[in-house]
Write a protein that binds this ligand. Structure first.
Ligand code: UDP
Length: 317
């Protein structure tokens, strides 16, 4: 089976490429490398250095493909508040183009990287897939718009689709080519920022006055290797038609301060921090109810926050 991995040079996509290859899938990659890194592409893997916005790139990338894992897109909450039109164009218009090209190429299976940001400030915790969706930032709004687009597409065509709503993805994967890990520039994610924090450049704690026990935001962290495992299981469920949506997290929340404590234990050093204002677009608490993924994907995450911190630490050393 050949799988097209859009965004296959990014943090999550490159780890998907590696794991899928080692499990015997044939892999093609489409990525414009705007945030990814071409040096992650393994030798022998078909790689189209192109864009979701270019139909010819999509047509080329879809050659001989049976299913698509769609990771490509812009994914930073803060940036999306500043540049909503960029998020609309790449995420929503890009996915529209991808679905059109898939239909022409008769590729009717997709697993889409959706997000917990679709829920916004949750009306219930843990968050279920049936919970209300009121995104608090343009990033989440684009992911929700795509989920709706895929639902409509699956009703009007033979598309079989799964959206996986990621909570906070963390950790890294060691390969015989070295570590595949987060290499964002600038890095905005909490765990790498904590582990790179120095006295001269302390990690900012975005908001200490949230309505949470220690005043900092609570998130649900899932190891990237567990996350890819869920994608492979989702792919295996794409036999008929229709669109299913599953949350992917651990089911447990950690505050920013708790993640800092886990890092301090792993490094045996104090993490330099600075209390900072809230970041635009952040909800206070995001914790997943993962019972649907457990039930229908037969999936269960097995790597805890300590493993996520330890792998990230090793990857940057
Ligand atoms: N955060 C923080 N300092 C940082 C990066 C993130 O306090 O340098 C907080 C952020 O406000 C959020 C949580 O850590 O509450 C996780 O943020 P991240 O950017 O890692 O992921 P997101 O939740 O935006 O997907």
């Amino acid at each position: 089976m050949r799988v097209l991995i859009t965004g296959g040079t990014g943090y999550i996509g490159s780890i998907a490429v590696e794991i899928m290859r080692t499990q015997g899938f044939e892999v093609s990659i489409l990525d414009d490398c705007s945030t990814g890194h071409a040096d992650t592409v393994p030798t022998g893997v078909r790689f189209v250095a192109g864009s979701l916005l270019e139909r010819t790139d999509l047509d080329q990338a879809l050659e001989g493909v049976d299913a698509v894992l769609h990771f490509a897109g812009k994914s930073l909450v803060g940036e999306s508040v500043e540049k909503p039109e960029l998020y609309q164009r790449i995420n929503v218009d890009g996915t529209r183009n991808l679905l059109d090209a898939m239909k022409s190429a008769n590729v009717m299976k997709i697993v889409f990287s959706s997000s917990a940001a679709t829920y916004g400030e949750p009306t219930e915790v843990p968050i279920k897939e049936s919970s209300a969706t009121f995104p608090t930032n343009p990033y989440g709004a684009t992911k929700l718009a795509i989920d709706h687009m895929i639902t409509a597409e699956s009703k009007s065509t033979d598309l079989a689709a799964v959206s996986l709503r990621y909570f906070n993805v963390a950790g890294a994967l060691k390969t015989d080519r070295g570590w595949l890990a987060e290499r964002h520039n600038p890095e905005t994610h909490l765990i790498p920022n904590i582990l790179r924090s120095t006295v001269d450049n302390p990690v900012h704690i975005f908001g200490t006055d949230w309505a949470t026990p220690d005043g900092t935001c609570i998130r649900d962290y899932v190891h990237v290797v567990d996350l890819i495992d869920a994608h492979i299981k989702a792919l295996e469920t794409l036999t008929g038609t229709g669109h299913k949506i599953y949350n992917l997290g651990s089911g447990t929340g950690y505050s920013v301060r708790q993640v800092i404590s886990a890092a301090e234990k792993a490094t045996n050093q104090t993490v330099p921090t600075i209390n900072s204002p809230r970041r635009a677009g952040d909800p206070a608490v995001l914790v997943a109810d993962i019972s649907l993924a457990k039930k229908y994907l037969q999936w269960e995450p097995s790597r805890d926050i300590e493993k996520m911190v330890a792998d990230t630490l090793e990857s940057i050393q």
